[in-house]
Ligand binder design. Structure first.
Ligand code: CO
Length: 132
């Protein structure tokens, strides 16, 4: 490897490191707090919960504070999820796992804002979390 090649590979390594560092420091507007669906029994008793039942988010308009975690719990046999279209994770969207009956999924809201979501297979199921 000649010195020009060495310089180029060092520069590439530095750029990679800088990209990784800025990625780690940039905070997404929402963070997934359960990597997958969990049993509803694992939801803390004092949690903020949106129940899903009868093809609806039962608290479709919810207001929380920055740093709050919201759990969605499916109460019916039909599977549902929670999908945010854009602007939440690296400006992209987030599609939560399908929840069977008595399964839960949680998200922590890191920034103030208004976050609309829907159910992927049932786009008419809509909800909003306002973070103050
Ligand atoms: Co649904």
């Amino acid at each position: 490897m000649n010195s020009a090649m060495k310089a180029r590979s060092m520069l590439a390594a530095l750029l990679l490191a800088a990209t990784a560092a800025s990625g780690a420091m940039a905070q997404d507007k929402i963070s997934v707090t359960t990597e997958a669906a969990v049993a509803a029994s694992e939801v803390p008793a004092d949690a903020i919960v949106v129940e899903i039942d009868k093809l609806k988010y039962q608290t479709p308009d919810l207001t929380v504070k920055v740093g709050d975690t919201v759990y969605w719990v499916n109460k019916e046999a039909m599977p549902h999820n929670v999908e945010f279209v854009k602007g939440v994770v690296n400006e992209g969207g987030l599609k939560g796992p399908m929840l069977k009956r008595d399964e839960a999924y949680s998200i922590t809201f890191n920034e103030a804002g208004s976050f609309n979501y829907h159910c992927t297979p049932h786009p008419f199921m809509r909800g909003k979390v306002t973070v103050e």
